[in-house]
Write a protein that binds this ligand. Sequence first.
Ligand SMILES: [Fe+2]
Length: 284
Amino acid sequence: MLGCGVGLRSEHYDHVTRTWPAMDWFEVISENYMDSGGRPLQILEQVRQRYPVALHGVSLSIGSTDPLDVRYLARLKALADRIDPAIVSDHLCWTGVEGEQLHDLLPLPFTQEAVRHVAERVEQVQTALKRRMLLENVSAYVTVRDADMPEWAFVRAVAERAGCGILLDLNNIYINAYNHQFDPSEYLRAVPGHLVGQFHLAGHTVREGFLFDTHNRPVIDEVWALYREALRRYGPVTTLIEWDADLPPFERLAEEAATARAVARDVLGHPVPPAQAVSPVRQT
Ligand SMILES: [Fe+2]
């Protein structure tokens, strides 16, 4: 349990490296540091000397039928070896096919065939990285009619078969529950705690009766309520506030993380992270 952190975004580089704010940990988008030997990587190394860091990818495309991109994996492994992240994660989705990158996190069909397909590829990734990874449940705006199982059973089946963990995005569960009309509590009940390695919390947008995962505003009360429910079910879980668009000053992000910390403390009855688990400075 790393505590409650925020995403590190380039708009906040100056603030973070000038003030070294109190923050439990940072998550970064892996791809932003894989191709750059310049300032972003230098800043990430400085941040890593002071805080735990998670690498969160957006283009692994674990569900695609294209072969896994071995060059991408090699670059990700090089970054992970350099940064020594606490967590490496990506999304349970596909982002392109036949060499085309669509720059979107597209949902998979919830079928046994897709479970087998993704699990095989996760094993390849984990072998290449020599690490266990987490896969995140995504928000989805379409459903595939010929599903063998509901989303929560699919997420669980992939993780169990592949031997990976789940990054449970509670805002995505809330969005999908609203748009596709299921009970978010049923989702939480179906996913066992030993598979859950991290939570995401984020804000979303309401448009024409549907919810969209826009990461551009505070977490809403209903998602905080789902966070409470998840903490009651799973106990302490490393938590991240995602805010990517209409980015506020760093202090506002830190307030959201502080709210998450206060909610966790209230539900769990003790502060997070536990004092003995705090080790923000890596010895190099
Ligand atoms: Fe997320």
